[in-house]
Design a protein around this ligand. Structure first.
Ligand SMILES: CC(C)(COP(=O)(O)OP(=O)(O)OC[C@H]1O[C@@H](n2cnc3c(N)ncnc32)[C@H](O)[C@@H]1OP(=O)(O)O)[C@@H](O)C(=O)NCCC(=O)NCCS
Length: 224
């Protein structure tokens, strides 16, 4: 396979939305919303066009990754601008061949070159621990209220970019999608059957779990 990674262009939009839908369909819920998220993300102020990539195999787009700005806020109210990514996908017939790894690692290099030093993501840990992501608990990065979700992971693009102080993570508001609008958007695509599958239960478990620990007042931080 001849593999090429480049920035997404307007002529790619329909293809990227289509492969996103195919990659996520019935994976986390019956159906999916990620293609709608891709659609609205590109025009959102938090979207970073320089970090919007497609991966081609033999000249055809088979995957993509998109980044948005996110924030960490410490207990004194100081803010740090960071990144999150997603949706990221590889077309099902091209998965598990190393393309996702190549695409992510390429994007990390470009993100670091732009001066970003931290990425926070939510996802299935199996997809990210091999890419250097670690539990948010190890970096003292939590949600408002103090929870450390099992599915929330952090990667430092520069060593020790985070100094151990407590940070509260705020993702872009673009992630709060309107489900009814997403449903309407999906009507413009070919009909696919929505199914209830065991992988959706796995996602439910991952996305509703938290790392056990004394969340607000712990003094000893776990080592990274
Ligand atoms: C997640 C995704 C982008 C990964 O891309 P990919 O091309 O399939 O992954 P790769 O072939 O590059 O493999 C990446 C790593 O995952 C590992 N892996 C392969 N199959 C796996 C599986 N079923 N579960 C967990 N890890 C697996 C590989 O061994 C590899 O590990 P390594 O880094 O130690 O070599 C892709 O599978 C995908 O689009 N999935 C559907 C959409 C999705 O879930 N996106 C992420 C949202 S959380």
């Amino acid at each position: 396979m001849n593999i090429h990674i480049r920035n997404e262009e307007p002529k790619d939009y329909a293809r990227v939305e289509d492969i996103t839908r195919k990659a996520f369909w019935n994976l986390y819920i019956p159906g999916c919303n990620e293609h709608y998220l891709v659609h609205i993300m590109r025009s959102h102020p938090d979207f970073i066009p320089e970090l919007d990539f497609v991966i081609e195999a033999d000249g055809e787009i088979v995957g993509n990754i998109m980044y948005t700005r996110a924030r960490l806020v410490d207990e004194a109210g100081e803010e740090k601008q960071i990144l999150t990514f997603g949706p990221v996908c590889i077309l099902p017939e091209y998965q598990r061949k190393g393309l996702g790894k190549q695409l992510m690692e390429y994007s990390f290099e470009k993100a670091a070159a732009l001066g970003y030093d931290v990425i926070v993501i939510f996802g299935n840990p199996g997809n990210y621990v091999g890419r250097g992501f670690k539990s948010c608990r190890k970096f003292n990065v939590c949600l408002e209220g103090g929870a450390f979700p099992s599915a929330m992971m952090v990667k430092e693009l520069k060593p020790d970019a985070l100094d151990g102080r407590r940070w509260f993570y705020h993702q872009s508001l673009v992630m709060d999608i309107d489900e009814a609008e997403a449903e309407r958007f999906d009507e413009g695509f070919e009909s696919l059957e929505k199914k209830v599958l065991p992988c959706q239960e796995e996602f439910y478990i991952h996305s509703h779990s938290v790392i056990f620990g004394d969340m607000i007042s712990q003094s000893a931080e776990p080592s990274k």
